[in-house]
Design a protein around this ligand. Sequence first.
Ligand code: ADP
Ligand code: MG
Length: 408
Amino acid sequence: MSAATSATELEERAGALARRFAGVFGAEPDGVWCAPGRVNLIGEHTDYNNGFVLPFAIDRSALVAVRLRRPGQDPEADTDVVRLASTYAQTGLSRAEFSTGGLEPGLAAGWAAYPAGVVYALAQHAGASVPGFDLFLDSTVPVGAGLSSSHAVEVAVIVALNDLLGLGLDRPGMARLTQYAENEFVGAPTGIMDQSASLMGAEGGALFLDCRSLDSEIVPLPLAEYGLSVLVMDTRVEHSHSDGGYSARRQSCERGAAALGAESLREVPADADLSGLDHETQRRVRHILSENQRVLQVAQKLRDGAVDSIGELLTASHISLRDDFEVSCPELDLAVDAALAAGAMGARMTGGGFGGSAIALVRHDDEDAVRAGVLSAFADRGFREPALFTVLPADGAGHVQLTAPGRQ
Ligand code: ADP
Ligand code: MG
C-alpha cells in the first residue's frame, strides 16, 4: 500500500467518523486526530528497566473526532461533562460520560478510564484544566492483542487536546503524560514504549528509543523494498496486566537491580556476574541484559541496511522471553515455532506476553506457506484459530485533514 493510498484511506475514515459524530452529538467536530497502535520489533520488558526498545507505529489506528464545549454556544457549555461514544468491539455504540472537574482515579470506569486518565494527567502534571468535550472514537487496533489499543486511545486524546487547547506539549512530554494516565489513573504499571511509538513513529521506519534519556532515532525499516512482511499472529488469548504476571516481573527486575547495587538494570554491564542472585532473579536479569544487546544489534543492522539479517535476533529474543523471562504461553510458542518451520526468517512474541500476538519476519514469497503452517499447527493442537495479518511501519499520531466535501 503506498503512502498516498493510506493517507486517502485515513481521510475517508476521518470523514465518515465526523459524520457519525454529528449524528450522535448534533454538531460538527472541531477536528479528527489519529494515533496508531504499535508492534514492538524487539526490546521486550526493557522499557521499565530504563533500557532500549525498537517498536514501530503500525497502519492500524485509533481516530477520535472531538468538539470542545464553548461557553455561550452550547446548551451545556458551562458544564465540565465529557460525553464519549465508540464503535467498540462490534457491539454497536458504546457510550460513556465523566466530569473533568475533581477527577480522581476510580471516577471513570471501563474504556472511559483512558480518556479520563489523560484529562487527569494533564491536570496533575501539566497544570492544564480541561473543559468538557464530546468525543467519538473509531479504532482499527485490535483490543488485547498486544498491539496497544489502549495507548492508541490515550495518544489520540492527548494530541487532540494539545492542539485544541494550545497546550504546546512536545512529543516526549505527551508520552510521559499518557504513561501517567495509564499508571496512575487506569492502574496499569506500563512503561513509556507504547505511547512513544504511537507519538513518534514514522512511515518506513522503526523508533529506536532509549527509555532512560528518551533520546530517539528513526532507523530505516524498508520492509517492502526488501520483499519482506511483518506478519502479526494474534493468538486471541487475552492478556491482562492486572493478573499479576507483569508486576511480578517488574518486581523481580527491581530486586535484581538492587541486589547488584544498581539504580536500574540499565546500569548493570551485559557481562555482570549474576551468581549472587537466586536462580529465578538470575534468569529475569539475564533476559533484560541480553535483550538490550539484541536491540542495539538490530538497530545497527537496520542503520546498515541489513533488514534481511535481523531474523535470528528476533528468534533469540523469543527464546529468552520464553525460557529466562517466562512470559510466553503455549499459543505464542506454537505461533513462533510453526512460523519458523514454514520458512519465516525470524519470529517472536511481541508485547508484554501471557497471550496477545507474536510476529514473524517473512519473505513475500513465503507468506502464504507461513500463514497456512501456523493455521494448521493451531488446528492440530485444538487451539482457537489465530488472526493473521501483516502490518507496515506508519507515521505517528497527528491531526487528520478531513476529506473536502465533493472529493468523497
Ligand atoms: P491492549 O494491549 O490492546 O492495549 P489493554 O487491555 O491494555 O490491551 O487495553 C484494552 C482496553 O482499551 C479495552 O478494554 C478498552 O477499555 C480500551 N479500548 C481499546 N480500543 C477501544 C475502542 N475502540 N473503544 C473503546 N475502548 C477501547
Ligand atoms: Mg494496553
